[in-house]
Design a protein around this ligand. Structure first.
Ligand code: UD1
Ligand code: CA
Length: 472
């Protein structure tokens, strides 16, 4: 069903996080806590979203502008409680239709559950509904107090609860649906007569009940969806639960995950069927992995595009495109702006950044490739270094098609190696090499005969050399 207004409460100090960063900006599964809540809310396509901000306001506002630009923010200068925050969000208006209020610190909530909750709320024509769940350890949460006929009476906070109320397992998720007019009528009646001296939004439920309105507690099957994050222990718990949820999803979509407990896939990443992920891997940000690709073990991909059948073994890549059937690793570091063509290779102990490697070209061992364009079918010999930085500026190197760069070549940029050209092993290349030429840039070798016998007389080397000479 349609929801007119969504109010997200995100002004809290997050004291229990003990952080210089706003609580709602802490992230799990690649999104801030607030980002998860706004993604779930987005599923409802509400007419307007108002986020109440306060603590670390500047950072939170900038974040909202980035991830949910259509949302408006409302400033809560002093933390007066969830009821106070809701009063500010309403700004004295009487909103039309249904108002959904929820907290910015419940990252597990899904859009589907919110939609089902709103459907139940509107089907029952309730003045107010609260989303609840039975939690095996309800410590810290508000408890749902029901009467003898199981009807919702009110919500009591843990610190204000009696002994008898504390053993209630049904908890308040902090997600509420209100008839806008009824909420506007009741929100002014709440008081701060509780142990924290705050205005509790939860009190609106009891006020409406006392006024004879019909209110409902709508229970969710899966209590993990409503877990709130108040400290770093809960942050890690939510991260682990989200990890499992995301991994289960991809396995059901046809991805093989060898060890789901050590595989961390962000909510924002996508994987195709018949991808295999080996243990200890993280697939982060907006990374996409195409069918048949093999990732890991111990690989971290951030904002990468991995094409069909590619393999990335024991490596780290960021903002990188890995072509079809390309191979990466082990121990490869691909930095921002790397584009590996189809069937290209970036092998062991290779670092690359801001470079394009053409179809079938290989950089197999121990190289640094920075600010380069490499054509097709070329081979970059072991230990080649692209010297892109003169201490002041970065310069570009161009390598053509079917080039053979000899091992241990130093390519001092800006420099260009023509199609089909070679460089001699150990060369320092400072001048362009034309197509089809070989660039040789090294001192001519000379041998100083018997130097060891004279200068290292009696050493094992000298003895070995003498023995060899005697044998002739
Ligand atoms: C709240 C509920 C509790 C529920 C729990 C679910 C109240 C009084 N209690 O408790 O019943 O079980 O959530 O997670 O509502 N906030 C503001 N301004 C404020 C105070 C809080 O914007 O002045 C925001 C916080 O940023 C947070 C949310 O409201 O996102 C909830 O506040 P928090 O302090 O975390 O409430 P809980 O103690 O968890
Ligand atoms: Ca909370």
């Amino acid at each position: 069903m349609a929801v007119e207004t969504v109010i997200v409460l995100a002004a809290g100090d997050g004291t229990r996080m003990k952080s210089s960063q706003a609580k709602v900006l802490h992230s799990v599964a690649g999104r801030s806590l607030l980002g998860h809540v706004l993604a779930a809310v987005d599923h409802l396509k509400p007419a307007q979203i108002r986020v109440v901000v306060g603590a670390n306001r500047i950072g939170v506002e900038a974040h909202i502008a980035e991830i949910s630009p259509s949302a408006t923010t409302v400033l809560q200068e002093k933390r007066g409680g969830t009821g106070h925050a809701t009063q500010l969000a309403l700004a004295g208006d009487t909103p039309r239709g249904t108002v959904l209020v929820l907290a910015g610190d419940t990252p597990m909530l899904t859009g589907q559950s919110l939609a089902a909750f709103l459907d139940a709320h509107s089907a029952g024509k309730f003045a107010a509904s609260v989303l609840t769940a039975e939690h095996p350890d309800p410590t810290g949460y508000g408890r749902i107090v029901r009467d003898d006929s199981d009807e919702l009476l009110r919500i009591v906070e843990e610190r204000d609860a009696s002994e008898a109320e504390r053993v209630i397992f049904e908890i308040n998720s902090g997600v509420y649906a209100f008839d806008g007019a009824k909420l506007a009528g009741a929100i002014g009646q709440i008081t701060d007569s509780n142990s924290q001296g705050e205005l509790y939004l939860t009190d609106v439920i009891g006020i409406l009940k006392n006024a004879g309105e019909s209110i409902a507690a709508i229970m969710l099957e899966d209590f993990t969806e409503i877990l709130g994050v108040n400290d770093r222990v809960q942050l890690a718990e939510s991260a682990a639960l989200l990890r499992d949820r995301i991994n289960d999803h991809w396995m059901r979509e046809g991805v093989t995950i060898i060890d789901p407990t050590t595989t961390w896939i962000d909510a924002t990443a996508t994987l195709a069927k018949d991808v295999t992920v080996h243990p200890g891997s993280a697939i982060l940000g907006l990374t996409t992995v195409a069918t048949g690709a093999v990732i890991g073990p111990r690989t971290t991909l951030t904002n990468c595009v991995v094409k069909e059948g590619a393999s990335v073994l024991e490596s780290i890549a960021t903002d990188t495109v890995i072509g079809e059937a390309a191979t990466v690793g082990p121990f490869t570091y691909l930095r921002s702006g790397t584009v590996l063509g189809d069937s290209a290779k970036a092998g062991a102990f290779v670092e690359m950044k801001n470079s394009t490697v053409g179809t079938g070209s290989k950089v197999p061992h121990l190289s640094y490739v920075g600010d380069a364009t490499i054509g097709e079918g070329s081979n970059i010999g072991a230990a080649t270094i692209f010297v892109n930085y003169d201490g002041v500026d970065k310069h570009h190197t161009t390598v053509g098609d079917h080039v053979r760069i000899g091992s241990d070549t130093i390519l001092v940029a800006p420099v260009s190696i023509g199609d089909g050209a070679y460089t001699a092993a150990g060369s320092v290349i400072t001048e362009d090499v034309p197509a089809g030429a070989i660039g040789v840039g090294r001192a001519k070798q000379r041998n100083v005969i018997d130097w060891v016998l004279r200068k290292r007389a009696g050493s094992k080397s000298a003895q070995a050399a003498e023995a060899r000479k005697k044998k002739g």
